[in-house]
Design a protein around this ligand. Sequence first.
Ligand code: ACM
Ligand code: ZN
Length: 548
Amino acid sequence: MKRFVLSLIPVLAIALGCSAPQTPGIHVIPQPLEVMTGSGTYSFAGAPVSYEGVDARTAGQLQNFATRLTVRTGKASPVSETLLEKGFSFSVDPSVPAEGYTLTVTGKAAKVTASDFKGFYNALQTIWQLFPAEWFGEGPAKGVKWVLPCVEIRDEPRFAYRGMHMDPSRHFWTVEETKKYIDVMALYKLNRLHWHLSDDQGWRVEIKKYPRLTEVGSVRKETMVKKNFDPYVGDGQPYGGFYTQDEIREVVAYAADRGITVIPEIDLPGHMQAALAAYPELGCTGGPYDVWTTWGVSEEVLCAGQEKTYEFLEGVLSEIMDLFPSEYIHIGGDECPKIRWEQCPRCQARIRALGLKDGAGHTKEQRLQNYVTSRMQEFLGRHGRKIIGWDEILEGELTPGATVMSWRGAAGGIEAAGRGFDVVMTPNDYFYFDYYQSEEQDREPFGIGGYVPVEKVYSFDPYERLTDAAKPHILGVQANLWTEYIATPEHLEYMLLPRMCALSEVQWCAEENRDFERFKSSLEHTGDILDQAGYTWCQYVFGKVGLQ
Ligand code: ACM
Ligand code: ZN
C-alpha cells in the first residue's frame, strides 16, 4: 500500500474537501495496487449514481447499485445518464488497463474511471468493501452511518486468470448455492469459475444427444461413509442431481454479469465411470458399470480404441460449446489408469495402427492418451476453442496450444512453461481447499486430509524456479475445492473462506504489495462482510476452530 506520509494527510484532506478528520481503515481484499488515504469521509446516503459512455452491462449493474443504495440507506439514489459532479460517477477512460479502475473519493463525490465492464465491476467491489459491512445485509438497514473513507485508488490485476474451482460431481450444489459461490468470488475479483461437471460419482450436465448421461449417470445408489473403503460401508441413500441446459445458461449469464467466465470441465478419458454406467458400450469391457459410490481413481475409463468413443466425446463437447462461450474448455486428463487399455484388443489395435511405442519414459498406453487429448484439441480448435487440462496431459507428447493446469505441486507447471505451454498454477500443497486448514483436525469437520492453512495459501510465489522466458506463460493461479467429503453448503463455504481471500491476493496483488500481516489485519472487516452476507467461514485465524 502506498500512503501519503503523515504530514501530507491534512493537505490531501483539504484538497479532497473531506468532511471529518477521522478516516475509517482501508480494508480491501485483494489489496489495490496504489492506495492513497485521505482523511475524513463522504456521507453517501441519497447520493445519485451517474454514468456516461459505459456499455449496457455496466449500466445494468450501476442501476442495480442505485436500487440497492436506495433500499439499504432508506434515501433515494437517483440514476443519471449524464455525469454529475456529486454522488457516484462512472466514466470511461480507455487508458485504464483491462479490469483495472481508478477511484477517487472526496467529501462530496466518488468518481470511478475504467475502460471495460470488468474494471467498473471491480471498482464496485472495492467501493462495497469500503462501505460499512452492513451494506452486505438484506433489506433496509437502520442506524448505520453510511460513509466512505476519502481515498484515491489506482488498481489493476497482476494475473489475467484468477480462478476458483467447484466440484458438483462428488456432491451436488444447487443453482442458488452456485450463485452464492460466484458472488463471493466476484467480491474478491476472481474471474474464472472452473466447473467440474463430470466424474465417476456423477454426471451433472444435461446433454440432449445422450439423455442417459443424466437419467442414469447423475444418480449413485449410495455414498461411501467416511473412509470405509475396506470393508466398504455405504450409507444406503441414493444421491443425485444435475443441471438442465437452461440452468447452465442461467449460471453462465449470472457469472458473466459479475465479470466471471465459466470454464466447463468434462474429465476424459478417465473419471468417466458415471458416463459408462449410462453407456457401457463406451468402456473397454462393455460393463456393466455403476455410478461409483466410493472415492478414488476408477480403473474403468473410456475405450480409446473405438470410433464410437470419439463420436460420443464430440457430441458432448458440441453441446458444451453451445452452452459455454468460454474460449477454454477443460478436458481433464488426470488420473487415467491404463490397465483396461493394456488388456483391450481394440485399444491395442489402435496403438498398433498409430505406431505408438514404449520409450523415453512413456508407455504406448500413455501415448494413446496423448492421441485422445490431441483429437479433442483439434476438434475444439476447429470451433475456435482451446483446451486446458490437468498436468498429466504433459506426459509424452502435447500439441502446442494446450494449456496445462499444474496440480501435482508446481513441478508440472514449471516444466510446461519451460516447454512453451501456457500454465495455470494450482499446486495441491498450496491451493487444495479440501485439505484441512488448521492443525486441530479433530475439531474440524471430517475431511480428506492434508494441511493448507491460510498463511500457506498466501505465501505462494507463482514465479518460483521459473526462468524469465517462462514467466509470461503463467496465465494465473487457481484453487480447487473437491467435495468428496463436503456435503453441505456450510461446510463448502467453511473450506473456501477465508482461504479464497488469501488466494485473491496471490492472483491480484503486485508482489511488493503482498504482506500477510496487513492482509490479516483486514480479515476482521472481511469477516464482518461475510457474516452480513450470510457466509460460513473458518475463523481459526481468530482462534476459533470448527464449524460454529
Ligand atoms: C486432481 O486433483 N485429480 C486434478
Ligand atoms: Zn479399449
